[in-house]
Design a protein around this ligand. Structure first.
Ligand code: DSN
Length: 413
């Protein structure tokens, strides 16, 4: 068999360049991670060749013995890892998984209540340009203007007034503990389903450092590629009474053939996440984020909510200037530090020119970096933010970043 290098040198060369980028850059996008060789192998395996519409032992094709066994293992591991009654491991990714949950539980025109995107929510939780507010009515909640935190009294009041059919907790840019139990109790009070999208913090939950929305929340969705450190994809976990509706919504409701190579890689990632070392990993992610946050604040950088409890930090750049998220992200990238611009709650600018920057520690922690490195990186980030037009400084730090990265090779863990 010819290798990628021989068949397509263009794609091979770009993949090699990406490997180099991932090696010599400090990747701090909080939703990304670096998977293990084992997960990578499963994702790139010959399982990509197999069609498997249906579920284990209930398929529409022959030749299912191996992928049936693999999917059954993935389901059992997901249930055990999260303590769930039922697991569907087929969703292609987070957005289709959320669509499947709505499709299973709601009718068109029903009301959903999630955190507004510009406050740290997700597109599929009811944003105006997304299917979730075209097919359903969205009555989003916000965070408190002063603290940047969820105000559960206000959220309860809104739920009592709006009477949503589904209440969603779980976010993409919220640096604090999520009170899943309170969300579920509000849902019970107003007769709504409770749903938690734990994509960002799934690794922290199974690592035992954050509270879990299971077993009480009706339906829980997580992508598998963030803090959980698996392949790109998603799973849905739910109570047994929703199992049939969820399975039917995923297939044949919304998806066709499941990606069996990714399901195999999910199973591998679940096995890795069951190991005691994963608990250390999850703990270290949070420790690292806290030290990074302290270092930034010691250098006068303002953080939304004044710190972090999880893997991410949302930097409020407005004390420096409004709408400079993009310029600062580019300045950091020039210095070998990859982050993303983000809105801050009540951003005085627009989503295309936001005033915030989102950073996180999952990848740095995967590479083996600890508190000592966080202090150094926090100093670099602070220097660049405080002098974001200084290209000479960016160049100097880029060299130092490269030297640090060399000490933490990609597959070192
Ligand atoms: N795109 C993801 C993130 O970066 O948080 C959410 O889907």
């Amino acid at each position: 068999m010819m290798s990628l290098k021989d068949v397509d040198s263009e794609i091979f060369s770009l993949t090699q360049k990406e490997l180099e980028r991932q090696t010599f850059v400090l990747n701090m996008i909080p939703s990304e991670n670096y998977v293990s060789k084992a997960v990578l192998e499963a994702t790139g395996s010959i399982l990509t060749n197999k069609y498997a519409e249906g579920y284990p032992k209930k398929r529409y094709y022959q030749g299912m013995e191996n992928v049936d066994a693999i999917e059954a293992i993935a389901i059992e591991r997901a249930k055990k890892l999260f303590g769930a009654e039922h697991a569907n491991v087929q969703p292609y990714s987070g957005s289709p998984a959320n669509a499947a949950i709505f499709y299973a539980l709601l009718k068109p025109g029903d009301k959903i209540m999630g955190l507004r995107l510009d406050m740290g929510g997700h597109l599929t939780h009811g944003h105006t340009v997304n299917f979730s507010s075209r097919f359903y009515k969205s009555c989003p909640y916000v965070v408190d203007k002063e603290t940047g935190m969820l105000d559960m009294d206000e959220i309860r009041k809104l739920a009592l007034k709006e009477k949503p059919n589904l209440i969603i907790s779980g976010y993409t840019a919220y640096p604090r503990i999520i009170p899943f139990k309170e969300f579920h109790e509000i849902a019970l009070e107003v007769g709504a389903y409770s749903m938690a999208d734990i994509s960002h913090i799934a690794g922290l939950i199974v690592g035992g450092v954050h509270p879990s929305p299971l077993p009480f929340t009706d339906v829980v969705m997580t992508t598998t590629h963030k803090t959980l450190r698996g392949p790109r994809g998603a799973i849905i976990l739910c109570k047994e009474k929703f199992a049939n509706a969820i399975d039917r919504a995923v297939f044949p409701g919304l998806q066709g053939g499941p990606h069996q190579h990714v399901i195999a890689a999910k199973a591998v990632a679940f096995k890795e996440a069951m190991k005691p070392e994963f608990k250390d990993y999850a703990k270290q992610i949070v420790k690292n984020a806290k030290v990074l946050a302290e270092t930034l604040m010691d250098n006068g950088i303002k953080l939304v909510t004044g710190g972090t409890d999880n893997h991410l930090i949302l930097i409020d750049l407005t004390p420096i200037a409004i709408g400079i998220g993009r310029q600062v992200a580019v300045a950091l990238e020039n210095a070998g530090i990859c982050t993303n611009m983000n809105t801050i709650p009540y951003d005085p600018s627009t989503p295309f020119k936001p005033s915030g920057l989102r950073i996180g520690t999952p990848i740095l922690t995967t590479r083996g970096m600890k508190e000592e490195e966080m202090k150094i990186i926090g100093e670099w980030i602070s220097q660049i933010i405080n002098d974001y037009k200084n290209e000479k400084l960016q160049k100097k730090i880029k060299q130092e970043v490269k030297e640090l990265c060399e000490k933490f090779p990609l597959f070192g863990w």
